[in-house]
Design a protein around this ligand. Structure first.
Ligand SMILES: Nc1nc2c(c(=O)[nH]1)N[C@H]1C(S)=C(S)[C@@H](COP(=O)(O)OP(=O)(O)OC[C@H]3O[C@@H](n4cnc5c(=O)[nH]c(N)nc54)[C@H](O)[C@@H]3O)O[C@H]1N2
Ligand SMILES: Nc1nc2c(c(=O)[nH]1)N[C@H]1C(S)=C(S)[C@@H](COP(=O)(O)OP(=O)(O)OC[C@H]3O[C@@H](n4cnc5c(=O)[nH]c(N)nc54)[C@H](O)[C@@H]3O)O[C@H]1N2
Ligand SMILES: [Mo]
Length: 785
């Protein structure tokens, strides 16, 4: 009998409400978490750590099932302290699943790795800061340190952290964006002169059509489902491009509607649902442009093109040169399907396009996104009410991190402002992104890794390479709330520094502190935690960063690489920690758009950071929006071997022909990135396991694979390294032939560190060429916990 359950016919509804409360109950802090949920995204509450979708301040509750999981997961009654680490060696812990590691509870005291005993042992905070200061002052170059950031860190924490790193002397700021929306930022900046989305939440009310490319909001941005549901009910046409049939984008029942909650009723979301092949969206969007340019030239916004854009002629030439054959072959869609989508696009007065990881994690993602932007320029669908571009951000403050300067390639303007205000000279040359940082650690050029949140060991590609790189670090410092794989990649010296989470009360000298964040719609607003901290020993991220900086800059340098920046010593790091309003003053004085910052965040809902492109002001070299005239790539996959074209056959060493399939790694409904909440993926009908492989039944039959059979997956790259994962059970799924899907992070070992997006350096986690074979390892992955 098949071990997975029926796929539901609608998303949301009662099961969603039930799941919400079962996670609250499991947190062992039920009462507190019910209170927490009522304060999620409320004006006087805290920003949901779940995702970066904007808040609509009306309505009694602003949380969703997956936001509730994130809150309950953080605010748990379980804790991990010295007894736990005395009991388990690092080597033993490394054998546990990601789920088990985080399920142990909150980190409650600072710990230091002892390489002799292979255990973490208690350390005082002052010893911990002194270890960091001593190490940072002993390096021969500031570029030997990698400062990683994950997108949950607040504006204040991120700002202070980048200031610390830059005053120390480096731009090595690898961050989760490098693996996430990097391609969006690059494509947008190239075309419209700003790397952010151009719409606000209200625009969705005024859109006649909404295109959703490569995004699964039912799981990853559930609050967006209410926006889509409302739009659909108003007659807005929603067009979905997704490699898989995601149930929420078909039918959604709002848990806030009694009828949809309690009966089979649901709102039909997508007017048109197209399933392109992986990496095929550029071809699909090119086809839409071809139809409009060649068949419906009256639908081109000629005034916009003339007044606001450059390189239209080049673009038009590229479009005309692209054949329908190539478009159909590369998109996996028929000309008729593409024309249907193009007709909705060109017939609508206002169009918004949203996208997420299905567009950003490919080899030619910058061009894929460029082509979506081209469509909007072609029809003038930008910089007017109800129209524009919406890269839907992941982490709740990932957009704010970048605004605050977490960027390995800072703009000259940004450094100019800091230099002027602080009377200093900060480094300008580009630092390392994630892939570069890992390579530098791997070759031991970099010696220290500091992580402000996240779980680099599990989030980054090529797990074996990544783990080796992290183990090479002479010092691995992890500022975290929960135990994860990154704490276990330690061979020399390592520190676990436990911090407060978003939901927790943050008391400093000057009183209770708020922090601020920026959402997908460039709204900056405050967030105040209310729960008692998990432990008295947990410090706020800001406190930890401030003390690292204070100790480092007041320590004698053993080797003088670049003289310690005098500005670093002049700054009163501890005063900034005592009152976060002072950090906001510093931000106000050094970053554009933040005037009256402290007053602005007092307003309900916060304040809006201006977006030039939304005003039809183009901050490009010639003050015009640029069409991107790139041709379709020859192949959508990274160069992996001379004959590695999807679907073509390759002869294995044993002489048996094997088909190459293209694998995407995605999220289940029960996870937050590398944090695994449970083993189910309700909307895809998966229960109790994560090592599953979604594949087309015909592909499976061709390979003689039965449903539930265990298989091994091996990726193909142009080096001789074997990258393989074992024991995945086959699930027949509605997915284009030649494409397969499995969960992240389990499939990260398959992504070569060298397989990255052109111009973005983002690991190509949505197009991994692989071969699959019946498993040699008979394991069933069951929940531990
Ligand atoms: N509950 C929860 N919320 C989250 C997260 C989480 O893990 N859990 N993660 C957060 C983060 S950091 C992020 S970045 C976002 C991620 O949000 P998503 O981007 O929605 O995340 P993925 O699961 O990677 O889903 C990618 C979607 O794109 C589709 N897809 C893949 N490749 C292609 C393609 O080539 N073309 C098209 N058209 N579709 C494709 C997949 O079928 C899938 O539906 O969510 C954020 N919110
Ligand atoms: N194969 C594959 N790889 C991917 C992706 C994919 O789709 N496929 N997606 C990529 C994407 S989009 C992203 S954004 C990255 C995510 O990469 P990361 O952001 O590095 O990973 P997370 O899993 O979000 O980090 C979880 C950890 O953050 C810590 N944490 C949680 N809350 C807090 C807090 O408030 N403060 C601090 N200091 N720590 C906290 C906890 O210890 C927890 O274990 O992964 C990328 N990797
Ligand atoms: Mo992300």
């Amino acid at each position: 009998m098949s071990s997975h359950s029926e796929k539901p016919t609608k998303a949301g509804g009662l099961p969603s409400l039930q799941a919400t409360f079962s996670h609250v109950l499991r947190s062992q802090r039920t009462k507190q978490n019910l209170k927490n949920l009522l304060r999620v995204n409320q004006t006087d509450g805290f920003d949901c750590p779940g995702c970066a979708w904007g808040d609509n301040k009306q309505g009694a509750f602003q949380f969703c099932e997956n936001g509730a999981k994130a809150v309950a997961w953080e605010s748990t009654g379980k804790g991990v302290g010295r007894e736990f680490f005395a009991q388990h060696s690092v080597r033993q812990l490394a054998k546990q699943t990601d789920y088990w590691l985080e399920y142990q509870g909150r980190l409650t005291e600072p710990m230091r790795f002892n390489a002799i005993t292979d255990h973490y042992e208690p350390v005082t905070w002052s010893e911990a800061f002194s270890i960091i200061a001593t190490k940072l002052n002993s390096l021969s170059s500031a570029d030997q340190v990698e400062f990683y950031t994950s997108g949950r860190a607040s504006n204040e924490a991120s700002y202070l952290y980048q200031l610390f790193g830059r005053l120390y002397g480096t731009n090595n700021f690898p961050d989760c964006s490098n693996m996430c929306h990097e391609a969006s930022g690059i494509a947008l900046t190239k075309s419209i002169g700003i790397g952010k989305g151009t719409v606000v939440l209200d625009d969705f009310d005024a859109a006649e059509a909404i295109f959703v490319f490569g995004q699964n909001p039912g799981t990853n941005h559930p609050r967006m489902m209410n926006t889509l549901r409302k739009a659909a009910k108003q007659g807005c046409k929603i067009v979905t491009f997704n490699n898989l049939k995601e149930v929420a984008l078909d039918k959604f029942a709002s848990p806030q509607s009694p009828i949809e909650l309690l009966t089979p009723a649901a709102t039909k979301i997508s007017h048109l649902y197209l399933t392109p092949t992986l990496g095929g969206d550029m071809a699909a969007a090119r086809g839409m442009a071809k139809f409009i340019i060649e068949q419906r030239p009256d639908k081109i916004d000629h005034d916009f093109v003339q007044q606001h854009s450059a390189f239209f002629d080049d673009y038009q030439r590229s479009v005309k040169q692209t054949s329908w054959d190539k478009i159909e072959q590369q998109s996996g869609l028929t000309k008729a399907e593409i024309i249907q989508a193009a007709t909705v696009f060109s017939d609508s007065k206002t169009v918004i396009s949203c996208w997420a990881m299905g567009l950003t994690q490919h080899k030619h993602s910058v061009d894929i996104i460029g082509e979506v932007i081209n469509l909007h320029l072609l029809c003038g669908q930008i910089g007017k009410k109800g129209a524009g571009l919406c890269p839907v951000r992941g982490h709740s403050n990932v957009q704010g991190n970048r605004t605050m300067g977490i960027n390995e390639k800072p703009s000259a303007d940004f450094i100019d402002r800091l230099d002027n205000y602080l009377a200093t000279t900060l480094p300008r040359q580009a630092g390392h992104n994630v892939v570069e940082a890992l390579k530098a650690l791997h070759t031991k050029h970099s010696k220290v890794l500091i992580c402000l949140g996240g779980n680099l060991a599990a989030a980054a590609p090529d797990s074996h390479f990544t783990h080796q790189a992290m183990n090479n670090a002479e010092l691995n410092v992890q500022i975290s709330t929960k135990l994860n794989r990154s704490h276990l990649q330690v061979s020399h010296d390592g520190l676990i520094l436990p911090c407060l989470g978003r939901t927790e009360l943050d008391k400093q000298q000057s009183g209770i502190q708020k922090i601020t964040v920026e959402d997908t719609f460039s709204m900056v607003h405050a967030s105040t935690g209310m729960t008692e901290p998990a432990s008295e020993q947990c410090l706020s991220e800001i406190d930890i960063v401030a003390q690292m900086a204070h100790t480092t800059f007041n320590h004698t340098r053993v080797i003088q690489p670049t003289a310690t920046d005098p500005a670093a010593r002049k700054l009163d790091w501890l005063a900034l920690r005592d009152d976060y309003a002072l950090i906001r003053n510093l931000i106000e004085n050094t970053i554009a758009g933040f005037s009256n910052y402290n007053q602005g965040v007092e307003q309900p809902g916060g304040f809006y950071l201006d977006n030039s492109a939304a005003q039809r002001v183009w901050k490009t070299d010639n003050q015009l929006a640029h069409f991107n005239a790139s041709m379709l790539p020859d192949s959508v996959i990274a160069d992996c071997s001379s004959n590695a074209q999807t679907g073509h056959s390759l002869t294995s060493q044993s002489g048996v022909p094997q088909a190459i399939l293209l694998l995407q790694s995605l999220r289940s409904h029960d996870q937050y990135n590398t944090t695994i909440y449970g083993m189910d993926d309700r909307y895809r009908g998966v229960k109790g396991k994560r090592n599953v492989l979604f594949m087309n039944q015909q592909d499976a039959e061709k390979l003689n694979l039965a449903e539930d059979q265990l298989v091994d997956i091996q990726s193909i790259a142009n080096d001789n390294i074997v990258r393989k994962v074992s024991g995945f059970s086959v699930i027949f799924y509605d997915i284009p032939r030649g494409n397969i899907a499995a969960y992240y992070p389990e499939t990260n070992p398959l992504v070569s560190i060298n397989s990255v997006g052109i111009g973005s350096d983002t690991p190509t986690s949505k197009s991994i060429p692989v071969v699959i074979t019946p498993s040699t390892k008979q394991v069933i992955n069951v929940a531990k916990g």
